[in-house]
Design a protein around this ligand. Structure first.
Ligand code: NAP
Length: 251
């Protein structure tokens, strides 16, 4: 696949390393907002240290548009910021590329706009605020458990580094999957964690705990590539759950 990445923070750097370390895909471009201090820097200098350039300079959506005939991109993967999703949908419409949105904290209204715009512009878009297969399987499991066991109560514990939002989008989505009034969400914020989501359910006679932990941002990079492979030759709007459901139904 011919890929572009938007953003060059922790998750995007893990993805870039993954792409550069294998021969399966090519990294056609890395873009950041026009005001980013990373503009013009070679990503090799950031990933591997000064003097280790790989010939990919960070650019902006605006510059890519100006020189669109120089770019051949199948899928753009967004690991930047909540606000970049709509500008990237417009960019992909112009480039004829598809999009995987990995950023978080979008409202239901924004998500339905993603769907509307992807259909209007005839794009393929995956909205993937939780990228790992494990988390998507966990959500599927707790949804079934809540449905078949109405006497069970559920609690969610999530552990993340200190700079993470007070409640993650993933924890909220797990709560929606359980679909009960007031499922408590307990947030632990300590550096060292990449991401843990744990759900415990009990009816007073038996208890089940299911926990997912990401050890490395490579887990997110792998999920992003899975979603990109899924959307490469599709049109329309999909959630990461759709991607995982299709993978499971193949097995
Ligand atoms: N779906 C998942 O499973 C998953 C997993 C990991 C992360 N994420 C999401 O991916 C995003 C990045 O995470 P991260 O951990 O890599 O964060 P990070 O290390 O803080 O990197 C953030 C990136 O976004 C750019 N940025 C910051 N503010 C911006 C703005 N207002 N407009 C455009 N770009 C902006 C930053 O670059 P400049 O400041 O140079 O512009 C940087 O490249 C977050 O939304 C996070 O929630 C999702």
């Amino acid at each position: 696949m011919k890929l572009a990445i938007c953003g060059f923070g922790r998750a995007a750097r893990a993805l870039a390393k993954n792409i550069l370390d294998t021969d399966t895909h090519t990294l056609q471009a890395v873009l950041c907002r026009a005001s980013s201090t990373k503009q013009g820097m070679d990503i090799g200098d950031i990933l591997y240290g000064k003097g280790k350039s790989v010939g990919i300079a960070i650019t902006s959506p605006e510059k890519i548009l100006e020189a669109r005939e120089d770019y051949d991109i199948d899928v753009v993967i967004d690991f930047s910021h909540h606000d970049m999703a709509f500008p990237l949908i417009a960019l992909c419409g112009n480039l004829g590329a598809n999009l995987v949105i990995c950023t978080t904290n979008h409202s239901i209204e924004e998500i339905s706009k993603f769907q509307e715009f992807s259909e209007k512009l005839n794009l393929g878009v995956v909205y993937a605020p939780n990228l790992t297969i494990g988390i998507n399987l966990l959500m599927d499991f707790v949804k079934r458990l809540a449905k078949i066991s109405p006497d069970f109560s559920f609690e969610i514990v999530e552990r993340h580094p200190k700079d993470k939002a007070p409640v993650t989008t993933t924890a909220r989505m797990i709560s929606q999957a359980i679909d009960r009034e007031d499922v408590p969400i307990h947030s632990v914020r300590l550096n060292g964690y990449v991401g843990v989501h744990e759900v415990t359910a009990s009816n007073g006679y038996e208890k089940i705990t299911i926990e997912h932990e990401s050890f490395s941002r490579m887990a997110f990079a792998n999920g992003a590539l899975l979603a990109a492979g899924y959307i490469q030759n599709r049109k329309g709007f999909y959630l990461m759950q759709d991607v995982v459901k299709d993978i499971i139904s193949d097995k």
